[in-house]
Design a protein around this ligand. Sequence first.
Ligand code: DSN
Length: 417
Amino acid sequence: MNADALRRTDPEMTALLAEERKRQADTLALIPSENYASRAVEEATGCCLANKYSEGYPGRRYYQGQAVIDKCETLGIQRAKALFAADHANLQPYSGSVGVLATYFAAGCRPGDTIMGLSLAHGGHLSHGHSVNITGRIFNSVQYGVARETERLDYDEIEKLALECKPKVLMAGGSAYPRVFDFPRFRAIADKVGAIFIVDISHIAGLVVGGSHPSPVPHADIVVTTTHKTLRGPRGALIVCKDAFAKAVDRAVFPLLQGGPHQHTQAAIAVALKEAASPKFKEYAHQIVKNAQAMARVLADDGMRIVSGGTDNHLLLVDLQKKNINGKDAAVLLESVGLVCNANMIPYDPGTAAKPSGIRLGTPAITTRGMKEPDCERVGHLIARAINQRDHPAALAAIHEEVRELCRKFPIPEVMV
Ligand code: DSN
């Protein structure tokens, strides 16, 4: 990366990048799937490895000139295996959705086979078998949900459904589920019905390696994750698995679904994995959870309903029905005062995906900025004030100024560990 060269070559793009850096600095990122990567990760992402084609795997390539590339990829693989305590690792998936798709094929799924995953509307993910996603198109997708009363996974119901539909793959994980996943219980269900057990920890990977959420690795056959959320790396993904699935995972990623891997991204993932192995990262992971719980308490005290009654992880889903505002309008309102979150469906939502009843909030990014519980309580109060005083421009202007002050007090760090 050479900022000077970019400035000389392309002032227009330079200006846009500066504008985005300023936007990030002057607002608080509360989207639970976002984070701020270190400058070291950014530098690796923008490095010369992007110039190299390297289909295949270390020692087995289809192009010459791989002496250094092989060392880089091997370093990343070694770090991933050590960090996740896994038999095998593959850092080539371009991003989460293709990584997840690869895991179904690695498990031996063929079009028409039955897969079971948590429905998007209940906190799952598109790639876990949603009808508009390729996984819902080519596989026979059976979706499980959360219980209406507790808004938590009902493992007896999941077992009942699995016994009925006998899936080839049982998938755990999601993008808006604020509670701990019981991986041993999932494993037992998978064993009972003869399913391959896959876990997508894209959201909680940083918590898993930081010791703030139990690891699925001892229980699952295959584990997939993006690398840019709580793990705080570049945009990308990785898969770890038991030895028995190593070959199938590698073949599913390349050549089944992908071509030349993004070696610059893999280098940046390797850098992020090194950062995540540090003792400081453990503290960070624990702080993320404490911060989310602090914010949830404040919002609940203000009269908002927190889905499932709270959170065990980095995110909270807030039901805004009592406040008479839909999630989309609330997210737009909050952005106007510098608080950036996303509208989100809540389980059994009477609204629509475009105008859902909730917002989803997360603390990975503001924890990276150094915020602790009192600061996150303050952010919670600012959210509540903005929603409650949404018809009062002067009040919103004052809230925005307080957000700016917080942004100045907690600048985005360049060095994380
Ligand atoms: N879009 C991501 C999220 O926000 O959770 C998941 O792919």
